[in-house]
Write a protein that binds this ligand. Structure first.
Ligand code: ADP
Ligand code: MG
Length: 229
């Protein structure tokens, strides 16, 4: 099976004043296309740092990151932004929806950056919202939606560009247990439809649902020992 991403010896060091924080200390990882992977670890273990690198929001201090066979480790911000917009969909804990825009307009945004025409944008955004069960909520503002619905809007926004990889950082961190189930089953559906999804969480119950669980601690990965189907 083709790896969609591969990390080799990736480190990340932050300089904060005179101090250096080693957030990642030599990470190796391969994710085959179509996998649903949970990355689990305590607060401060390096989860968000890893997601930023995987999502081309930042580059490693040392080591190599290949996404879809392309080495992105040394790219400058402009080039990195292109890769990011073309290949990656993000879901964040805080939803990150624009409060003044309707669900439809929020989902359209990545297509605006991609230069897609207005008519096609509307069509694709409406389709993505339908996909997450919100066909009846296109014209609602985020404030008029529940937390679970807002997170589904952000999943639609992550999907609308047809990305190679969906990265979700604590996507259920702000949701109650019903909405959590709802959003997790959505990720399951995406996985069933062949999407590659990386789910970052500190919640063991959530990680339990993924076929593959990777633990991160003090900037190092270790894979849970389980039978591979
Ligand atoms: P997690 O998401 O697992 O809580 P992070 O990746 O956010 O962990 O952080 C890993 C380590 O790196 C922590 O010690 C954190 O304080 C540090 N860190 C994260 N971002 C920065 C930054 N921009 N500057 C300095 N230190 C940072
Ligand atoms: Mg984090």
């Amino acid at each position: 099976m083709q790896s969609i991403l591969s990390l080799r010896g990736v480190t990340k060091t932050y300089a904060s004043g005179d101090l250096e924080v080693q957030a990642l200390r030599g990470v190796d990882l391969d994710v085959p296309e179509g996998d649903l992977v949970a990355i689990m670890g305590p607060s401060g273990s390096g989860k968000s740092t890893l997601m930023h690198i995987l999502g081309c929001l930042d580059v490693p201090t040392t080591g190599v990151y290949e996404l879809g066979g392309v080495d992105v480790s040394d790219m400058g911000e402009a080039e990195l932004a292109q890769v990011r917009n073309a290949k990656i969909g993000f879901v964040f804990q805080q939803f990150n929806l624009l409060a003044s825009m309707t669900a439809l307009r929020n989902v359209e945004l990545p297509l605006v950056y991609a230069g897609v025409s207005r008519t096609e944008r509307r069509e694709r955004a409406a389709e993505a919202l339908e996909r997450v069960g919100l066909a009846a909520r296109l014209d609602h503002l985020p404030s008029q939606l529940s937390g679970g619905q807002q997170q589904r809007v952000s999943v639609a926004r992550a999907l609308v560009t047809d990305p190679d990889l969906i990265l979700a950082d604590e996507p259920t961190g702000n949701l109650d247990s019903v909405a959590t189930k709802d959003v997790l089953s959505l990720f399951d559906e995406l996985h069933d439809a062949g999407r590659t999804v990386l789910l970052i969480t500190h919640d063991p119950d959530i990680a339990e649902q993924a076929a593959r669980v990777i633990h991160i601690k003090d900037g190092r990965l270790s894979e849970a020992d389980r039978a591979v189907a």
